[in-house]
Design a protein around this ligand. Sequence first.
Ligand code: PLP
Length: 410
Amino acid sequence: MSLAAVDLEVASLIEHERARQRDDLELIASENYVSAAVMEAAGSCLTNKYAEGLPGKRYAGGCEHVDKVEDLARVRAMQLFPGSEGVNVQPHSGAQANGAVYLAALKPGDTLLGLDLSNGGHLTHGSSANSSGKLYRAVHYRVNAQGFIDLDNVREIARAERPRIIVTGASAYPRFWDFAAFRAIADEVGALLLADIAHVAGLVAAGLHPSPFGHCDYVTTTTHKTLRGPRGGMAFAKADLMKGLNSAVFPGSQGGPLMHIIAATAVAFGEALRPNFADYQRQVLQNAQAMAAVLLERGFALVSGGTDNHLMLIDLSEKPYSGKDAEAYLGAAGITVNKNTVPNEKRSPFVTSGIRVGTPAMTTRGLGVAESRQVASWIADALDYGQDADRLARIRAEVHALTTRFPVPG
Ligand SMILES: *Cc1c(COP(=O)(O)O)cnc(C)c1O
């Protein structure tokens, strides 16, 4: 029986969400649209299967097919990231992947050094609200006044605090990471080095962002952001650290893997290994450059003055409205973004003085540079005239006319 016949309530909510994703413009930097093929694998009968353990070493019978699925996902993951030595594709999310690395690498109370949350870091990089900040002694580095990672600050804190692990990577940082420089600091203080490339993994795979492989002991990522796979996570480690990492994933922190998601990950990685994936990532960057240029022309401040990657942070500190207001204005104009803290934030994390804007999802729909410039001027208009509901409604109509021309995959 179809979902609608069994449960009309949930079915109609899903239809509403489908329409929202189709009609509005998705600029949340961590979101993307998967292909119909990825969606089909994610919705497959593999959700019925228990497969605790690793391929060939499972705790349940009947794993002969899912073993091959997981092997495909692992092999393709390692092909996507040259220099990787081993991978576990079972973490249910990016947060789970980081938790597993910490469980493998740290003892409770050990020191972890990561990027401050309000400077673009992630909750799992030692926030006091997250287990990474409760189980471990977390200390943080920051960006400098120009909005760039301050390597002198990293080195100074590392020398003083002697962390067991240094965490690189961010959720809201628009610039490249210098993994070699972090390796030198980690070596100087005898620390392990983790790169959490949840946001930029697709760019790394396409060779458009420096690769952490060869520099880092561990690399974690989500699979659903720029990599354009199903919602999930994975963790890589140097060969000699893989055994510890595998047991930190299972049985250390998870039970059975989500085999339907791992199958969908394998499909997404198969797609990412095709040449047009690099074309897509190049377009993501060109679109981000085009949007940043228009926003700067229109007098908006961007953290660090621009972007090297798929996202930018509009700094509204000097504006009379907050990030929360801006999110609401843009929402009324059919443009979905998220409010975000900015360096030297004066407002609370629920209000904020910034918004984060990303191009991966709109680029998947096929928007190019001309459309990106148009979208950026709508953003500027919506922010400049946010109090004017009629004006926001007119922008929304134009946004919907544009999105009709660029269908969502599947
Ligand atoms: C998104 C993100 C995560 C967490 O991923 P989830 O799948 O939401 O758990 C971890 N680290 C960074 C840097 C991220 O941006």
